[in-house]
Design a protein around this ligand. Structure first.
Ligand SMILES: NC(=O)c1ccc[n+]([C@@H]2O[C@H](COP(=O)([O-])OP(=O)(O)OC[C@H]3O[C@@H](n4cnc5c(N)ncnc54)[C@H](OP(=O)(O)O)[C@@H]3O)[C@@H](O)[C@H]2O)c1
Length: 253
């Protein structure tokens, strides 16, 4: 079935590279116009904007730290002035401190929680104002298996993803009556720049490959396809769920 997002306006946070870039391009291929948020690397954001335009969509790039309320205000103001509205919000940007619990500080904790989980609350408030009344909206957060499993060095990020999935459920319950769908897509290990920060990268990739029934790692495009499905009328009765895209990795003991 062809999924048509013509006329839809999308924001992808952390959309400049990795999984966010794949989501931005997939939604543009389906007809949407896409705003890309990034924090540091403008060249990556510009490359993604080129890919969006090549797919036929209008693109804009916005530098903002999603954990900063002034930056969020300015980002949504820019979207309002260029796009006039927002139909789909993809909360994908993430950061975090990868350390054993014995080395974590409260600063690490707050940093990770604010960027990965806390931001969804003010962003959802901005989104409600930007969504035209009486239309259907989608908020999709990108999560990870650390929300439900213990992964070495991943305590702060895993806890932030568990919090994120909980915010998704609570937001979904509040917003379903306004025709706003709120869901999460959780991915298995995906080879992106993010993995370079893991001290045990090679071992993680090897173990994931060995333990994935589907026989390969999850790609950014696998995640993007599920996001596209959730943005379509095919997912009309899905509210507050976390859909796991991992080739079956998490079903094995
Ligand atoms: N890779 C995996 O194995 C995996 C698995 C499951 C889930 N995920 C989730 O998928 C999402 C994307 O991961 P990825 O691997 O694609 O990451 P990535 O390649 O490291 O890209 C991270 C993106 O987030 C942006 N970003 C970071 N901090 C930000 C902030 N404070 N404000 C705004 N933007 C910020 C970065 O922008 P700059 O480049 O400008 O800094 C970049 O666009 C994350 O939520 C991650 O937790 C990843």
């Amino acid at each position: 079935m062809h999924i048509d997002l013509s006329g839809k306006k999308v924001l992808v946070t952390g959309g400049s590279r990795g999984i966010g870039r794949a989501i931005a391009v997939r939604l543009a291929e389906a007809g949407a116009d896409v705003a890309i948020n990034y924090l540091r690397k403008v060249s990556s954001a510009e490359k993604t904007a080129d890919l969006i335009r090549a797919a036929g969509g209008e693109a804009m790039i916005i530098k903002a730290n999603v954990a900063n309320e002034q930056h969020l205000q300015s980002m949504f103001d820019q979207i309002e002035s260029q796009f006039g509205k927002l139909d789909i919000l993809i909360s994908n940007a993430a950061s975090g401190v990868l350390k054993p619990v014995s080395e974590l500080t409260l600063h690490h904790w707050h940093w990770t929680m604010d960027i990965n989980a806390g931001t969804l609350i003010p962003m959802s408030q901005h989104f409600r104002r930007a969504l035209p009344q009486g239309t259907t909206g989608n908020i999709i957060a990108v999560s990870s298996l650390g929300a439900i499993r213990a992964i070495p060095n991943y305590t702060a990020v895993g806890a932030s993803k568990a919090a994120l999935e909980s915010v998704v459920r609570h937001l979904a319950a509040e917003l379903a009556s306004e025709n706003i769908h709120v869901n999460a897509v959780s991915a298995g290990l995906v080879e992106t720049d993010a993995l370079r920060h893991f001290p045990n990268r090679e071992e993680l990739i090897k173990r994931s490959l060995e333990k994935t029934p589907a026989g390969r790692l999850t790609t950014p495009e696998d995640v993007a396809d599920t996001v596209l499905f959730l943005c379509s009328p095919l997912a009309d009765m899905i509210h507050g769920q976390t859909i796991i895209v991992d080739g079956g990795y998490s079903i094995l003991g």
